[in-house]
Design a protein around this ligand. Structure first.
Ligand SMILES: [Zn+2]
Ligand SMILES: [Zn+2]
Length: 330
């Protein structure tokens, strides 16, 4: 089978991955084999190949928004031919303190798809059956893929921020995750204020029906109940904090930030404002979000790339040149 592999010894700037032929993976107990149909390309993949996140394996096949068809290792929930999805959380130990307290996203011994184990930038992917989700019919595989990370983690961010129906919510940054989150917020009758750099992203936010849209140095015209930041920038987090009412929450949807600048406690955090990071997702987040996908009829816009252009797909994410989410289609 073909696999696009990140090997730090072979990687070059903008040519991070090499395409290679390798044996189909052999299944262990509790695993299913997916024939990959589509795999989303996420900013986290870029953090992996650019070394912002430390390498966990000497060589890795990235990709953690996998849509595939079950071709071996079937279970009662995943009969042969089932279209299944796999997220960033590829497994947990099930018995650490966090797993036992309903916080499996914070597991001490997690498996991360496309980071600690091989992911979906390949013709086949071996995944844990209990971390593969049967997917709703009626959506193109390429459109489902970005829902599996950008969508679910955006949804979790709304939960972490504690968004209530009808509130005023700020989205700082407007990439693929925010463009899905806004649709959920609108279904909850929220007013959505978008602060983002880049004319394209501002136009996209306006087209998506945001209540107000501003450039990166603009301040929303009203105080916000909640804010979610999507840009990997500490400066943006502070700007989000500065837009909150007392008791408001900023949820940081970024696995990596450049750095957190110093900020004034008395005016920005005092008054029980909260700053929270969003780490991974739980299987319940995925199940709940997939129900919502059906109800809201979410159709993310995507730019498709063939597997042998995986580097071009990553470049499109890096330089923000793809319309919507970048997706590999096999
Ligand atoms: Zn991701
Ligand atoms: Zn655990």
């Amino acid at each position: 089978m073909r696999a696009a592999v990140f090997d730090p010894k072979l990687a070059r700037p903008e040519k991070w991955l090499v395409l290679e032929e390798r044996e189909q993976p052999r299944l262990g107990p509790g695993e299913v084999l997916l024939k990959v149909i589509a795999c989303g390309v996420c900013r986290t993949d870029l953090h992996i190949v650019e070394g912002d996140l430390p390498a966990l394996q000497p060589r890795i096949v990235p990709g953690h928004q996998i849509v595939g068809e079950v071709v071996a290792g079937v279970t009662a929930d995943l009969p042969l031919g089932t279209r299944a999805g796999v997220t960033w959380l590829g497994g947990v130990d099930g018995d650490c303190w966090f797993c036992r307290h309903g916080m499996e996203n914070l597991c001490d011994h997690p498996v991360f798809t496309g980071y600690s184990v091989d992911g979906g930038y390949a013709d086949y992917a071996r995944v844990r059956a209990d971390f593969a989700f049967p997917l709703p019919e009626g959506l193109e595989a390429a459109q489902v893929a970005p829902l599996l990370c950008a969508g679910i983690i955006g949804f979790r961010s709304l939960r972490v921020a504690g968004v209530q129906r009808g509130e005023r919510v700020g989205l700082f940054g407007f990439g693929s995750s925010a463009s899905l989150a806004i649709q959920v917020l609108q279904a909850w009758d929220c007013e959505v204020y978008v602060v983002t750099r880049g004319e394209n992203h501002r136009r996209a936010a306006e087209a998506a029906g945001a209540t107000w849209v501003g450039a990166e140095d603009a301040k929303p015209p009203t105080v916000l109940d909640r804010a979610i930041t999507f840009a990997p920038s500490g400066k943006v987090v502070v700007a989000a904090l500065a837009s909150l009412r007392k008791g408001g929450v900023v949820a940081i949807n970024a696995i990596h930030l450049d750095q957190m600048p110093a900020f004034d406690y008395d005016t920005l955090l005092w008054g029980e404002r909260q700053l929270r990071s969003v780490a991974n997702v739980t299987r319940q987040d995925a199940r709940d979000f997939l129900v919502l996908v059906r109800q809201l009829d979410l159709h993310p816009s995507v730019t498709e790339f063939p597997l042998h252009e995986a580097n071009a797909a990553l470049q499109a994410v890096k330089h923000e040149t793809a319309a919507g989410s970048a997706v590999l289609v096999l």
